[in-house]
Design a binder for this molecule. Structure first.
Ligand SMILES: CC(C)(COP(=O)(O)OP(=O)(O)OC[C@H]1O[C@@H](n2cnc3c(N)ncnc32)[C@H](O)[C@@H]1OP(=O)(O)O)[C@@H](O)C(=O)NCCC(=O)NCCS
Length: 180
């Protein structure tokens, strides 16, 4: 059960080109198409997936988190599931939400993620009182850094995180954005 503050965010919303709704268990097969592409997961801190059970497992884990949520992104033109995004962790003391996101490779460079995140952050701040957003990015993930800068995030600091693939510690850049 989500904490009250996250329950205030609408479970679905649209943007010019996309329809977005909370992720469900039965999205596993379509999410596997996204998460099984090593180019997509290269800079995401998750293991690369090859089976539907792995996709189901991570969706279940996300749905059980009280301070996290995840939405799927659908292309309005063809109803194809093209990616996901959401709050990885809400800090209830500081009212900061750390976000995460990914898009199918064929949709990269179309500006869709910035369209979706802009709307999501606006809706989230106006419905919940969440104050700030952060994102942790691999220093080599230039597309993600560019996207964050376009969305008004600034480099905050470098933090250490456990790499789920190598099980070693690695440095990632933290970006943050206040109320705009
Ligand atoms: C991060 C991601 C969502 C960005 O999506 P996108 O569709 O490229 O986003 P946008 O189209 O809004 O583009 C962002 C900007 O980065 C630029 N860009 C894209 N790839 C780039 C690259 N390899 N090097 C430098 N800049 C790049 C784009 O040109 C664009 O800038 P512009 O608007 O000035 O032209 C997408 O690359 C992705 O899903 N990557 C895999 C998952 C991932 O890394 N998630 C983030 C984990 S922190």
């Amino acid at each position: 059960m989500l904490v009250d503050i996250l329950q205030k965010i609408p479970t679905e919303f649209e943007t010019a080109r996309t329809q977005n709704r909370m992720m469900r268990r039965d999205d596993a097969a379509q999410m596997l198409h996204v998460w099984s592409d090593p180019d997509v997961t290269r800079f995401m801190n998750i293991e690369n997936f090859s089976t539907i059970d792995q996709a189901r497992e991570i969706i279940l884990a996300i749905l059980q988190e009280k301070t996290a949520n995840r939405y799927i992104i659908m292309d309005k033109m063809n109803s194809e599931l093209i990616g996901s995004f959401g709050i990885n962790e809400l800090d209830l003391n500081t009212l900061n939400a750390e976000i995460g996101y990914e898009l199918k490779k064929s949709y990269w460079g179309s500006g869709i993620m910035s369209e979706v995140l802009q709307t999501f952050m606006h809706i989230t701040q106006s419905t919940t009182g969440i104050l700030t957003f952060t994102a942790k990015v691999d220093p080599e993930n230039r597309a993600s850094i560019k996207l964050l800068e376009k969305l008004g995030f600034d480099y905050d600091k470098t933090v250490t995180e456990l790499d789920m693939n190598t099980k070693t510690l690695k440095n990632v850049k933290q970006y943050s954005r206040g109320i705009i």
